[in-house]
Design a protein around this ligand. Structure first.
Ligand SMILES: C[S@@+](CC[C@H](N)C(=O)[O-])C[C@H]1O[C@@H](n2cnc3c(N)ncnc32)[C@H](O)[C@@H]1O
Length: 245
């Protein structure tokens, strides 16, 4: 099961998360929903950063999220979305009522077996599950180094590959798509982004300041970022698409 303290670290942020976290490329949503569907459900929807990609791909969009603060931002931003408090292990949606379930940056927080059973329950037969994660680009040394400050345990496990697509109980035909993209980001916003990451949110003030110091040192040392107010950040979105078996 996921670390509960880290999973709950998002309870008390909303606006900062929405302001500083990256969005998702349209191509990532197209990989999951190539033609429009009736109903799509974004699970662990947060402030709606991926939910907004569902709007022109589904007639009805539901967002489910345990944090009231995150959901308040989503409701403000996307009033047409049916936003509901809930969790992956107990989805407040009727059986066989959803064509596609998406999970962006959140599946690792779920209790996997009950969550997969719940996702199967709400999906129509043959429905689609799409999992997404943004991560650093292997070619960007400074962003990789910063990622290791946030996730020291990851070691070299930062790169996904089609060879290791995980099988999920009740799902078949896994497909893996990797979408590279770039954004220009200001140094201050890049630093603020790290402060929305679970390991920073859950750290003590002292540890958080030490981690921010390490990130500043990395930015000050790398020729691509040193002395710059703004820089180019390459990123990769990993998309895993499954079909309910
Ligand atoms: C990193 S945020 C991602 C939010 C949003 N999907 C995005 O991509 O911006 C992880 C989200 O998962 C939610 N979460 C944590 N545990 C969950 C669970 N068991 N069921 C559903 N959502 C959960 C958190 O509250 C948080 O909003």
């Amino acid at each position: 099961m996921a670390d509960d303290t880290l999973a709950k670290s998002f309870q008390n942020i909303g606006a900062d998360y929405d302001r500083y976290r990256p969005g998702f490329p349209d191509a990532a949503a197209d990989a999951i929903i190539p033609v429009p569907v009736d109903t799509a459900l974004d699970l662990g929807a947060g402030t709606g950063k991926f939910t907004e990609r569902l709007i022109r791909r589904a007639s009805r969009v539901i967002g489910v999220e345990p944090s009231a603060q995150m959901l308040a931002v989503l409701r403000d931003k996307l009033p047409g979305v049916d936003a509901r408090i809930g969790s992956a292990e107990s989805i407040p949606v009727a059986d066989a009522s959803v064509d596609v379930v998406t999970v962006a940056q959140a599946f690792h927080w779920f209790d996997r077996e009950p969550a997969c059973a719940e996702i199967r329950r709400v999906l129509v037969p043959g429905g689609v599950l799409g999992l997404l994660w943004n991560h650093s680009d292997a070619g960007c040394a400074w962003d990789r180094a910063c990622t290791r400050v946030a996730h020291p345990g990851l070691g070299d496990g930062l790169t996904a590959s089609a060879d290791v697509v995980e099988l999920l109980p009740g799902f078949a035909e896994p497909r893996f798509v990797q979408i590279p993209w770039r954004e220009r980001i200001r140094r201050g916003d890049y630093l603020a982004r790290w402060l929305t990451v679970s390991s920073f949110l859950a750290a003590s003030a002292v540890d958080r300041a030490r981690m921010v110091g390490k990130i500043e040192d990395i930015l000050d040392a790398d020729p691509e970022t040193a002395g710059r107010e703004e820089f180019e950040l390459p990123q990769v979105t990993d998309v895993y698409v499954y079909r309910a078996a």
